[in-house]
Design a protein around this ligand. Sequence first.
Ligand code: DC
Length: 227
Amino acid sequence: MIVTIDGPAGSGKSTTARRAAEALDYVYLDTGAMYRAVALGFLRAGVAPTRDGAAAVLPSLHVGVRYDGPQMRVFLEDEEVTSQIRSPEVGQTVSDVSTLAPVREYMVEEQRRIGRAQDEVHGGVVLDGRDTGTVVFPEADLKIFMVADLDERARRRQQEYAESGDERSLDEVRAEIAERDRQDRHRDLAPLRRAADAVELDTTDCTIAEQVAFVVDHVKAHSKWGT
Ligand code: DC
């Protein structure tokens, strides 16, 4: 069972995908974390996120994923970088890195390989990202497209910042998310869009428990009826 969850920043994808995977005894594949690991590789090499930069960095860069139970850990070669990829520097670089064709080709190939391998072992994988239902697994069993109002997404992101001791104004966070939306939706390669056969979930007024239940119920309905 391959389940994809795509949507804009702050729509609640990652928490929902992780908890739904746990509830179903599946594995969670955070594709954004893999792009972040590549961005960290660019930063460490001191190389700009351009096509030439990609030609210099990618041949010797290996992003790996390992699981401790359902917990996904991200590696650059043999070094675990699960926390380092959440730094503000990585956050600033990753949007540019994720527009590069060779990076996307590498990521899509790896995500398909990991997704299929984990599906074989665990009987199911929940992926989240921007293009998991359109490009990575267009044949996925269940596709969900999550949306939420910009203001609500900004409030959630502001709270996440506050929890890590970073106090920011709502206006600043709203502008940052609006810019992220623009980049995700208007880039040439694999722009964020809803797959024609995706089910839409608007999380503006949903609790996390409701979002998880939505995914789990759809998976169970699919398993029962094959639809
Ligand atoms: O979800 P996130 O913030 O961790 O994603 C990090 C970046 O990677 C973000 O700029 C969007 C990009 N991304 C992508 O282009 N395709 C994906 N499948 C997942 C993330």
